[in-house]
Design a protein around this ligand. Sequence first.
Ligand SMILES: [Zn+2]
Length: 515
Amino acid sequence: MKRNIQKEFHKNKSYFYFGTLISILTLLPQLLFSPNPTHSLLLIITFILLVTIPKFSKILFSIFIIFINLSNILIGHIALHWGYGLPDIKPRIEVAFLSPVYEANEYITNYIDYRDYGLISFSFFVLFLLYTFLKHFTHSYKTFKTIGLGVFTFVLLAVSFYKNPIKEIEPFSVPTKCYVVLNAKYQEDEIWKSREKYISQIKVVKADKKNLIYDKIIVIMGESANKHHMSLYGYNAATTPFLTSLQKSNQLYVFNAIAPTNQTRYSIPIDLTDANVHNYEDRFFHSCSSLTNFKNNQYETYWISNQGRVGKHDSSISSMAYEANTTFFANLNYLKAKEDDVILDYLNKLQTNSKKEMYLLHIMGSHSDYIKRYKEETALYKNTNNIVEQYDNSIHYTDYILSQIYNRFKNEKLLLIYLSDHGEIINLENNGHGFLPPYKDEYTVPFVIYSNVKNPRLDEIYRDNKKGYFNLENFNSIVEYISGINNEKKISFSNQVMAVEPSNIYDFDKLEFYK
Ligand SMILES: [Zn+2]
């Protein structure tokens, strides 16, 4: 027996060494990125399996090697660009699967770089080695065949009793998580329908008519705007000439505020409903947005959006969008984004009237790819040299859009509010939002309010803001309070913010700026 084993081992040496080399190279990238010991342990167990499998099945070995090498490209991309602090890639898969096509295209141009090409080349090199292995290497295992099958079965059984199911840990979680995301998409209809039904039964609290001092209330929900790139907030380039000039009227209130999360699909529902950083899901499904509250208090409501209508990460948002009397998506082209002036075109087509109206304008703002977010002819920097200038141009363009909206409504009793869903990291080395762990830059957003009507409540919350920054998780309460449709003032001074998804909560004060 012992002699047989020795003989078999010597006879199949090159087969064994080559198979082991392929296994090591396959697991190397994930071992380098591994976020914790549990994950590393799983990779070591996988390595043991990979060494035993070719003794009895080349096909099974190939399946494992191909699967892990392909998932290395995905997991490596997340680790290199967005941080892999927690071994959960589900929110990334969600965003990837469910964005409009133009967003995916812009993402690829902006975020796939030499590191990804390096990783893709490496993975395909390993797959080439696998091809060579399958084609040119054979074995004559007999005893090892039985031992290999035994070890494989034993490890598989042992792992199935392990407390963290394998399907929760990368790379094996990739198919289950893809399945969960796609399945959720199919069930979504029911979820939004039940929220709609709940809202239709909400008891309406009518405001005192004399408190309704505005005829037009315009909320402009910005995108990826970092206030530290606005001259209004002290930035050294003149990116916000309009807001800066409006400030001289003494009718513009400039607030110190942070966004509740660094992801669009959570921040906008949290801003506009009773949902907050610590209680997202239940509160979101059991509350209406401010749109319904305005609608129930004499205001004709509009949700005008230049963001994509499709995409899961817009669906909690579109669930709110359809609370309005009129919902309009300015861009129905899935392949190409449009500049934000499409919103002006829509507004300009509306008849001027004396009715009370409330608008939620959801703009593309400074969403990457920044170069596509402004018009060259009016840009602050013509022929930009780098991504920071492109980003600043997008901020400058938003300032122009704000000026046009202001001009359209300035002769009415007007409340005009501009805020952003979240901030953005923006410098020459890196840019974006949705990092884990997150950075301060992803939460430092503009929050400004213009009122051409004297409003003691607005003065009051401006004084409150001197005590500390607002967390915009209660933005809905602020807008309803200063508009007079709600007498209860709920302001959040919380330093707790969400990153990527509800399970990750951080203390904003302890976060670092990117550089
Ligand atoms: Zn966003």
